[in-house]
Design a protein around this ligand. Structure first.
Ligand SMILES: Nc1ncnc2c1ncn2[C@@H]1O[C@H](COP(=O)(O)OP(=O)(O)OP(=O)(O)O)[C@@H](O)[C@H]1O
Ligand SMILES: [Mg+2]
Length: 258
């Protein structure tokens, strides 16, 4: 089920602004890759190009290719909606469907895929909510709206929603930034578990988290404000955190940045 991603010569634009320049990167199937780097270097922007979410923003476009198991996601015959179904995403800011119930939020993608069996829906919703460490807090109010949850709970709801449809690749943009340490550990455990079946990319500002959960780490940086972000290096996480090739990476991970 898990698939590999190969990014070649990728430039990412907002209108005429080149936000991320010339990325080459391969992401192995069944692995966890962490994206790290200073605020504004383009981590979220690049992440959104991996499932064609970027182009939802007006004027936003890419040059280059993103291949999923060798097929270019940007070729003309590819349906971007199908891409987003295959490559799921958890956003930096939680975005549950506010008026929809907690249950329906998690079931939404399954229903969209045509699942009508009540038992299957209920089982998958429970399993996904357990996976996101939210089940115990919401099991008695599954019919209440998603907007009634706290920020951290909403983030976990979005994680449950994303994993419910079993995407082949899961993109997570700072999924733990609003979470307490216990939920953070639960999400890290979940990521660990999921990687046996999925390909996972996680953006994080937390170095310890990157070191704990990822197999590979990609460090992005930007030379100055207004300049494009660049991939400085991507390597095994142990190498990045013990003996990175680039000085900029060393400076960043050891806190000498800026
Ligand atoms: N919708 C947008 N329209 C125009 N420019 C944007 C848009 N979103 C982001 N940018 C710009 O693209 C650059 C990269 O932003 P991005 O959000 O990808 O950074 P980031 O690395 O995820 O930062 P953070 O760690 O703060 O989340 C920034 O200069 C940002 O201002
Ligand atoms: Mg971001």
């Amino acid at each position: 089920m898990a698939q590999r991603i190969d990014v070649k010569d990728l430039n990412v634009y907002y209108g005429s602004f080149l936000a991320v320049e010339d990325v080459q990167m391969s992401i192995e199937a069944r692995s966890v890759t962490a994206f790290i780097g200073p605020s504004g270097c383009g981590k979220s922007t690049f992440l959104r190009t991996l499932n064609r979410m970027h182009e939802m923003i007006r004027g936003a476009r890419v040059e280059g290719t993103v291949e999923l198991n060798g097929r270019d996601l940007y070729s003309k015959d590819i349906d971007p909606v199908a891409v987003r179904r295959t490559i799921g995403m958890v956003f930096q800011r939680p975005n549950p469907f506010p008026t929809m119930s907690i249950f329906d939020n998690v079931a939404a993608g399954l229903r969209l895929n045509g699942q009508k069996d009540k038992k299957v829906l209920a089982e998958t919703v429970e399993k996904s909510l357990r996976g996101a460490n939210l089940w115990n807090e919401v099991k008695d109010r599954l019919n209440k709206p998603g907007a009634g949850l706290s920020g951290g709970q909403q983030q976990r709801l979005c994680i449950a929603r994303a994993i419910a449809v079993k995407p082949q690749v899961l993109l997570m943009d700072e999924p733990c930034s609003a979470l307490d340490p216990i939920s953070t550990m639960a999400i890290e455990d979940l990521v660990n578990e999921l990687k046996s079946d999925y390909t996972i990319v996680i953006v994080t500002h937390n170095m310890q988290q990157a070191a704990r959960v990822s197999d590979r780490t990609a460090f992005f940086n930007l030379a100055a404000t207004g300049k494009p972000g660049k991939l400085v290096e991507v390597d095994d996480t142990t190498k990045i955190f013990s003996n990175p090739t680039e000085k900029a990476t060393e400076d960043y991970i050891s806190g000498r940045f800026g």
